[in-house]
Design a binder for this molecule. Sequence first.
Ligand code: NAP
Length: 241
Amino acid sequence: MRKFGLIGYPLTHSFSKKYFTRIFEEEGIDAVYENFPISDITLFPRLMQDERPEGINVTIPYKEAVLQYLDEVSDAVAEIGACNCIRVEDGKRKGFNTDVVGFEQSLLKLLQPTHNRALVLGTGGASKAVCYVLRKLGIPYQVVSRTKADGITSYGELDAGMVSGHRLIINTTPLGMYPVIGEAPPIPYEGIGASHYLYDLVYNPERTLFLQEGERRGALVANGYDMLIIQANESRKIWGV
Ligand code: NAP
């Protein structure tokens, strides 16, 4: 039986195990997908030796720390510095970033030529994957953070004019995610209009407060569910399963 799995910590509400287990069952694939909640990344080599999986997904907090245990990385992983999918072949571990493919394909479904300037809210791992895709698509962007830094705008500096001039706004923060659904990134929403496209990487709830703010001003909106499914299927392609 082929073996795949997920490392992260904690792994309480993993989408991946349910998703892959159902796919393997439905398609009659002789494979298993297991959760490996390791409390420290130094346990990773031993886990790989003991379990011998062909493929591993990586989630919070190890997307960056796992890089030191890889033999080879894709161009996206090298540039972003984060990996969420590993393929083991002839004992060698190669790292990929499927968030990149997931976000790009999902974003493109509603993207119009007028969405030609972006605000990216948040500076974590997902933000880096999003920025990589925006560079690839040639869309200039401004990153927004709680902490001002070189080349990074703080929420306090954002005014309605800046929001109105950036017609693509992407939330990569966990604000608004279940169960704290009453929160939204603190941006001047009055700058949003019908020519905006608001994309939220959060997918639970389906319409976050951030997306609701956009929707009631006539903006196009999309949540991250599509991205989640595309990135999971990208892992399947990488593993050949
Ligand atoms: P992360 O590394 O924890 O980064 C989130 C970023 O959000 C932080 O770097 C921080 O940026 C900002 N942030 C965190 N707490 C905040 C708060 N209370 N107020 C304002 N900003 C806050 O997480 P991640 O891995 O990048 O993931 C981010 C979100 O995307 C999560 O909700 C995750 O579930 C979702 N995601 C979805 C998919 C998908 O397939 N749909 C894939 C990957 C991730 P600053 O410190 O710079 O403000």
